[in-house]
Design a protein around this ligand. Structure first.
Ligand code: ADP
Length: 494
């Protein structure tokens, strides 16, 4: 592979290009009018404009991207995450054009792209599933009966769902009908597919996922777990590896189960098998993401494996160069997703210009980003500015480094999730590992943010007073001659 086009933008486009460049591969960026001056465009060896800012007129134009590849002699496309990364039709077209799609086959994507067909594939391998309906259900009476059997609360999910959309919790039979109707309507409008199914709602769940990597020769390994339970709107915001609650025995079992899920869809490349983990440490298969995940760096930090390089090698047809036994967990890694969101306003996206943008540095600190000072965070795309990742010899050190890195990360002009991240790192429940996906609802209070702010303001004020006093003393000293005689007096004496 000589030249790769990255069909994406922002931090992930840049991150993929960096690994490609290290492998001696040329890179091509694509961009929209909103991203003309973005770092991923400047970094690439070549760059092509796709069109206006809206994704539908730029980053989602698969055919146009393939045409550019042909023109520029590109032999591989890396889709990143989001946009076209899970689009089976696009993957097919790429392969038909004689270009390598750096990802799994379109068949694997199709099986895992739909929550119901994913469950069906997993079931054949005896993989534990959350109790629920076997297929889509549209008969309300039947759905009610099944829900009563499973036991409330239950969750109605859209089969085509994603990004936390199309999910409804139903507490009791009385509200069932209304909620089911709402779920169907939401599924139709968001995904154009009204198929819904029912799952037992796990009341105190953790979201724990396993990274897998499989080559085209039948070899597969898992790269341990990532804990992604700190969420808002059913979406991850803080991740870590390994999890504070997974024992070596459970880890091995989850890893083996994840590899069976991969086998169930003949998976090739890097993928993630997501599980829901209950209070009794039982785990159930949720879904498989057939692409690189946002949170992949925490796995890279604890394993020393560059997942993008592995994706490229696998796509080229190489055999995995390591076995399961070669893989070891080294220390602990944390990730805070730095979103342009206001945690004080229920995490509403915040737009504006990065008036000040200074990254933190130091041992065990990694920042994956796609912005520079002075840039605007465009309103057209996901509002993630960067990912702040820390690594330490153990969980305590990774947390401590994250607290300092949050302090050292200077962002002015836009509200971000950084103060929230710092607050989580200091929270007793988080520190002890005692939390679930309801952490934000249970333990996050806006007043704590204000208190942390006030504390910081007080420290800043005290530092200022101290500095001023020091200055005053210094200037007084400089007025005095070394032997204590006032310079003024000396001057007068002259
Ligand atoms: P999406 O594809 O929309 O992200 P997922 O199935 O991956 O949907 O679920 C997203 C999140 O919703 C999970 O991380 C978890 O917090 C919650 N969730 C999903 N299924 C259940 C369940 N059966 N019980 C409790 N929470 C669930």
């Amino acid at each position: 592979m000589q030249k790769i086009l990255v069909a994406n933008r922002g931090e992930i486009a840049l991150r993929v290009m960096k690994s490609a460049r290290e492998m001696g591969i040329k890179t091509v960026a694509v961009y929209s009018e909103a991203d003309r001056n973005a770092p991923h465009v400047k970094y690439a060896d070549e760059a092509v404009l796709l069109g206006p800012p809206a994704s539908s007129e730029s980053y989602l134009l698969g055919d146009k991207i393939i045409e550019f590849c042909k023109e520029l002699g590109v032999d591989g496309i890396h889709p990143g995450y989001g946009f076209l990364s899970e689009n089976a039709e696009f993957a097919d077209k790429v392969e038909q054009a004689g270009i390598t799609f750096i990802g799994p086959s379109s068949d694997s994507m199709r099986v895992m792209g739909d929550k119901l067909s994913a469950k069906e594939a997993a079931k054949k391998f005896d993989i534990p599933l959350v109790p629920g309906t076997e297929g889509a259900i549209d008969d309300i009476e039947e759905a009610k009966r099944i829900s009563a059997e499973i036991g409330f609360p239950i969750l109605i999910k859209a089969s085509a769902g994603g990004g936390g959309k199309g999910m409804r919790i139903v507490e009791n039979a009385d509200e069932f009908e209304e909620q089911m109707q709402l779920a169907i309507n939401e599924a139709v409008s968001a995904f154009g597919n009204g198929a819904v199914f029912i799952e037992k709602y796990v009341t105190s769940p953790r979201h724990i996922e396993i990274q897998v990597l499989c080559d085209k020769h039948g070899n597969g390994v898992h790269l341990f777990e990532r804990e992604c339970s700190i969420q808002r709107r059913h979406q991850k915001v803080i991740e870590e590896a390994p999890s504070a609650v997974v024992s070596p025995e459970v880890r091995q079992k989850m890893g083996e189960t994840a590899l069976m899920v991969a086998k169930a869809c003949n998976y090739v490349g890097a993928g993630t098998v997501e599980f829901i983990f209950d209070e009794n440490h039982n785990f159930y298969f949720l879904e498989m993401n057939t692409r690189l995940q946002v949170e992949h760096p925490v796995t890279e930090m604890i394993t020393g494996i560059d997942l993008v390089k592995e994706q490229i090698k696998v796509a080229k047809g190489e055999k995995l160069s390591f076995t399961q036994q070669d893989l070891k967990i080294n220390g602990h890694a944390m990730e805070v997703r730095v979103y342009a969101e206001n945690p004080r306003e229920n995490f509403l996206p915040d737009i504006g210009t990065l008036q000040t943008y200074q990254r933190p540095h130091g041992p065990g600190v990694r920042v994956d980003d796609g912005f520079e000072e002075g840039m605007q965070v465009p309103i057209y795309y996901d509002p993630m500015i960067s990912k702040l990742i820390t690594h330490g010899k153990d969980r305590e050190e990774a947390i401590e480094r994250m607290i300092h890195a949050c302090d050292d990360y200077k962002v002015v002009g836009i509200q971000t999730t950084l103060p929230f991240g710092k607050l989580v790192m200091k929270n007793e429940h988080f520190k002890s590992g005692d939390f679930d996906t309801h952490f934000v609802a249970k333990h996050f209070n806006v007043s704590d943010l204000e208190a942390a702010n006030a504390e910081e303001a007080e420290v800043a004020a005290l530092t200022l007073v101290h500095l001023l006093e020091k200055r005053k003393k210094q200037s007084l000293n400089s007025v005095l001659a070394e032997d204590g005689i006032s310079k003024w007096k000396l001057n007068r004496a002259r």
